[in-house]
Design a protein around this ligand. Structure first.
Ligand code: GDP
Length: 333
């Protein structure tokens, strides 16, 4: 098979068998911008039956993880991931990195990160796609998550840097959302936006070790207080969302954090919130796909040419912006 070509049947078989190389190739296929690859990607996803229906095979726990650079995300993922693979679980790590859209490189793609986990045969680590559009990155990340799930991973960790927009995307990809924070210097809450707090299921204050421990405990208490002031969400049992302390470096607090995640996941499964969330996410991504498809159509003829002509008419005052827009939209439907 020539470079850049994909044997979809073989890929599907490889992914279903949990083969990591096949999974990596499959993700490359879904990330490709080529139209023929897109068709193959859809074929692959269909063969693997990865829609979000509860009937679709076994489901991984999809964990979103966000935090600003330096807070300890890679250290946490390595420690947490190794703990889970040590318990016989298979762990996949994906990154959603909006900054790659701008820089063309990926801050989450650094090869030296998660060195031990990346050598663990029960783990799969995929750096974020580079040089892709933000909308595209998000949509393809969703397919990458589904592929990891189809490959039999028990846990799919979706990591992002905390820059607002990317959290919203990750929240639409995961079952549980973790926010990683560092101990605050003073006794004020860090500038975490309310919206992000509201998305979090667990706030983990990292670096609760050595000299930083008292500050970590104080920060945890502050956030626990702030969380109690938020409106109780229907998808939460009593006491959630919670704030906990961990030390990724010393691997302490990881077991209690995992216990809380499992307790919350179990509660949501039993009460139907799990399925409802996945269903709502599937709908979100359907609408997003349509939106992106329409935007892409506008960059191609005949819509592009029509847009240009109508734009000219608006500039020259022959048409109002509203009438021209209505005209264009009619031509699309
Ligand atoms: P990321 O940018 O969020 O991925 O953060 P890193 O995992 O690269 O960690 C940034 C820095 O914080 C590194 O120097 C880590 O060694 C340090 N760090 C991470 N976790 C801990 C922790 O639990 N305790 C302490 N004391 N330092 C930590």
């Amino acid at each position: 098979m020539a470079r850049g070509e994909f044997d979809v049947a073989a890929l599907a078989a490889g992914v279903a068998a949990g083969d990591r190389r096949a999974l990596a190739r499959a993700i490359t296929l879904v990330e490709s911008g080529r139209a023929d690859h897109r068709a193959q990607a859809l074929d692959l996803l269909a063969r693997l039956q990865v829609p979000d229906s509860p009937a679709a095979g076994r489901q991984a726990l999809r964990l979103g993880l966000s935090g600003t650079p330096g807070v300890g995300k890679s250290t946490f993922i390595e420690s947490f991931g190794l703990m889970l693979t040590g318990q016989g679980k298979r762990v996949a790590v994906l990154a959603v990195d909006p900054s790659s859209a701008r820089s063309g490189g990926s801050i989450l793609g650094d090869k030296t990160r998660m060195d031990r986990l990346s050598r663990d045969p029960a783990a799969f680590i995929r750096p974020s796609p580079s040089q892709a559009q933000m909308g595209g990155v998000a949509r393809r990340s969703r397919e990458a998550v589904a592929l990891c799930e189809a490959a039999g991973f028990d846990l799919v960790l979706i990591e992002t840097v905390g820059v607002g927009q990317s959290e919203t995307v990750v929240a639409e990809l995961c079952d549980l959302f973790l926010l990683l924070l560092a101990p605050a210097g003073g006794d004020e809450l860090q500038g975490v936006k309310r919206g992000i707090m509201e998305m979090a299921d667990l706030i983990l204050v990292n670096k609760a070790d050595g000299d930083l421990k008292p500050a970590a405990l104080r920060t945890m208490a502050d956030y626990a207080g702030a969380l109690r002031l938020l409106r109780r969400r229907p998808q939460d049992p009593e006491g959630f969302p919670k704030a906990l302390c961990v030390s990724a470096l010393e691997t302490s607090g990881l077991t209690p954090a995992w216990d809380e995640m499992q307790a919350l996941a179990l509660w949501r499964r039993e009460t139907g919130h799990w399925t409802a969330r996945r269903a709502a996410q599937a709908r979100h991504w359907f609408e997003e796909e349509v939106r992106q498809g329409l935007l892409a159509a506008l960059t191609r003829d005949p819509a592009r040419a029509r847009m240009e002509a109508l734009g000219q008419a608006v500039t020259e005052g022959r048409l109002t912006p509203e009438a021209a827009a209505a005209d264009l939209l009619r031509s699309l439907t």
